[in-house]
Design a protein around this ligand. Sequence first.
Ligand SMILES: NC(=O)c1ccc[n+]([C@@H]2O[C@H](COP(=O)([O-])OP(=O)(O)OC[C@H]3O[C@@H](n4cnc5c(N)ncnc54)[C@H](OP(=O)(O)O)[C@@H]3O)[C@@H](O)[C@H]2O)c1
Length: 299
Amino acid sequence: MTTVIDGKNVAASVIQTVKSATAALEKSSGVTTGLAVIIVGDDPASHAYVGSKGRMAKECGFKSIQHTLPAETKQEDLAALVATLNADPSIHGILVQLPLPKPLDSEPIIQSILPEKDVDGLSVVNAGKLATGDLKTGLVSCTPAGAMVFVRRTHGEDLSGLNAVVIGRSNLFGKPMAQLLLNANATVTIAHSRTKNLAEVCRNADILVAAVGRPEMVKADWVKPGATVIDVGINRVAAPERGEGKTRLVGDVAFQEVSAVASTITPVPGGVGPMTIAMLMANTVIAAHRTAGQTPPQF
Ligand SMILES: NC(=O)c1ccc[n+]([C@@H]2O[C@H](COP(=O)([O-])OP(=O)(O)OC[C@H]3O[C@@H](n4cnc5c(N)ncnc54)[C@H](OP(=O)(O)O)[C@@H]3O)[C@@H](O)[C@H]2O)c1
């Protein structure tokens, strides 16, 4: 029997832990966890994401602040806002919604967020901490952190003796995912567009993680029988069967056929997707605990 991981369920359990930890921190230290989200411009998708992050933060019991800036905001004004939030002791997490409208340059803005408040885990300091195995003081990018929760709940903390293959080498997902797997003692291969014999490389994986952005690329004969398959891809494809002009979301894995081979698999939608916001909340409450000198919860 193949286990289909219910990402909504796992995300809900993460949120439950965040809520309890937020309340316990407030009780023991009088510290209310604070998250500030900055959004620039009026991209509807970005506003939808930021809206759900704010709602979730409130549900967790956080102090939740949103700064909405016009598209014509100057680089130095955005930098000044980040500096103010860096200096605000009631804010433990700062998130700048990406992409920023042109001509704003996101990189210096992201790097100016204090690493201990960088709850998106995108700063070079946090990337470096992950690369050196310092998970005690670093913050990990939310989507790989969420995918890793699935891996831990399937295989436990120690992946000794297991082969993991990550398809994709982006800074946002592929590289941090590979490092998390390596930290957990898996033997890790990172595959990408220049990899030779990709199907053969994938067939070696006990844990196969696909983060490519190519609809249903991973086929059943790429997958080792009994493997765990984590599908990070989000691809919108035409769905004429639903009516003219209709679309649907699919992952990077051909779910139906791969389900017949894998022992555990994540669906799209409803797999990794819901974990990203949940891990943002987790990172924020972790940051608040560290600032207060308390041991953060584990996820
Ligand atoms: N919240 C979420 O659930 C979430 C979060 C982040 C991303 N995603 C999704 O995950 C997917 C990947 O995101 P990303 O930001 O990592 O994308 P990205 O920066 O575009 O990276 C894609 C990676 O896939 C590799 N690749 C492309 N074509 C390939 C092929 N034919 N064979 C093997 N590898 C190939 C690329 O290799 P090269 O480096 O050689 O070009 C690159 O490393 C997207 O669908 C994205 O929407 C979802």
